[in-house]
Write a protein that binds this ligand. Structure first.
Ligand code: FES
Ligand SMILES: [Fe+2]
Length: 377
């Protein structure tokens, strides 16, 4: 069932998807104090493991310091070089690639080559800014601003679900960071409706489940969608679906056949089936470009029979390939949407089935319009 009775206004104007002022406003008002997925604890399992990312123009290095995960600036306090250009790796020390300054877990310099050149050292030793880091299960999140909700506060009940569905009994099978030639709201809004399925996913999902097989929840800061999987369209589909249900029961002991999707505003998307947990975080990289951090988990059977462990791994890899295919299908339309937005003479319109987009746009409007009205004309 849908919540709305009729069609809905498209609350955002096309310029909200490309204008630089909107981009700056969103960075400041929405993203600085929100939590962003940067990777998993599996990416940072050993001391010295690190990954780097760019969060809204802020270079960040997330690093394992003897078992403790820390998020620090990736910009050197000496003369501003990036400490490393590598996306991930392992190194003994957090060392700058230019002159070799080394930093400890709090960001304070630990070792400076030829230190006699730097006397007297200022009382306040050079120090990298530290950012907030929290985990939910194996997912690692970073927040840039000191002020803001905790991860538990932001995710609400989803935090418990994430701790379980990305927890130790589950294993990552997909780690992917695609760049999209579109404003970040384009992929987010695309994921909030199944109306496009017959056109964009004609070979995979094939059909929109429609109102009869869907349920929506519109809450403050959050919307959800539930349907029942799978849909059978052919003998092959039917065979695959029976097979999936059997595999799921072997791996998890249960098979509900439910598909859940949650959107935690502004940019976190979660999808769950019995044997798949998917988290996507869409991060703007400019007014009309973005990147998604995608991590998909499936159950692990570490103590199970060899056959079941092998089955779980094969299944995890297969589901990861299917997810990637579906996301590639979506990616194929984003550039055309962005081009249309840049030239659109229309305001747009939302159908009842797109009511989750309306809720999201309402959240954006109420969070950003106050700031706009404070500005002098
Ligand atoms: S810029 Fe990093 S050590 Fe010089
Ligand atoms: Fe899609």
């Amino acid at each position: 069932m849908f919540v709305s009775r009729g069609c809905l206004p498209h609350l955002l104007e096309p310029r909200a998807y490309w204008c630089p002022e909107q981009h700056e406003l969103e960075k400041r008002k929405l993203f600085a104090s929100a939590w962003h997925l940067v990777g998993t604890t599996a990416d940072l399992a050993r001391p010295g493991d690190f990954l780097t990312c760019d969060l809204f123009g802020t270079p960040v290095q997330v690093r394992n310091f003897d078992g403790r995960l820390r998020a620090l600036s990736n910009v050197c306090a000496h003369r501003h070089s990036l400490l490393t250009d590598r996306a991930r790796g392992n190194s003994k020390a957090m060392r700058c690639q230019y002159h070799g300054w080394e930093y400890g877990p709090s960001g304070i310099t630990r070792r400076i080559p030829a230190p006699e050149n730097f006397v007297p050292m200022p009382d306040e030793r050079p120090c990298l800014p530290a950012y907030q880091l929290e985990t939910a299960g194996q997912l690692v999140f970073v927040r840039l601003s000191r002020e803001g909700p905790s991860l538990v506060e932001q995710l609400g009940p989803l935090h418990t679900l994430c701790a379980q569905r990305f927890g130790e009994r589950w294993r990552p099978f997909l780690a992917w960071e695609p760049d999209y030639e579109a404003n970040w709201k384009v992929p987010v809004e695309n994921s909030l409706e199944a109306y496009h399925v017959p056109f964009i996913h004609a070979r995979t999902f094939k059909e929109d489940p429609g109102e009869g097989r869907s349920a929506h929840w519109l809450e403050s800061g959050h919307t959800s969608f539930k349907t029942r999987l799978p849909f059978a369209h052919s003998r092959v589909d039917e065979w695959f679906q029976r097979c999936e249900s059997w595999v799921t029961r072997r791996m998890t002991g249960d098979s509900t056949g439910e598909y859940w999707q949650h959107h935690d505003f502004p940019n976190l998307l979660f999808s769950f089936t019995d044997a798949v947990s998917l988290c996507q975080c869409v991060i703007p990289t400019g007014p009309a470009t973005c990147r998604a951090v995608v991590r998909q988990f499936s159950p692990e059977k570490p103590f199970g029979a060899i056959l079941e462990t092998g089955l779980a791994r094969t299944w995890g890899k297969l589901k990861a390939a299917i997810t990637r295919q579906i996301l590639e299908e979506d990616r194929g339309i984003f550039q055309s949407i962005q081009k249309g937005l840049a030239a659109s003479p229309h305001r747009g319109l939302l159908g009842r089935c797109e009511e989750r987009i309306h809720a999201f746009q309402g959240y954006l409007e109420s969070n950003l319009s106050q700031e706009r009205s404070r500005k002098p004309p």
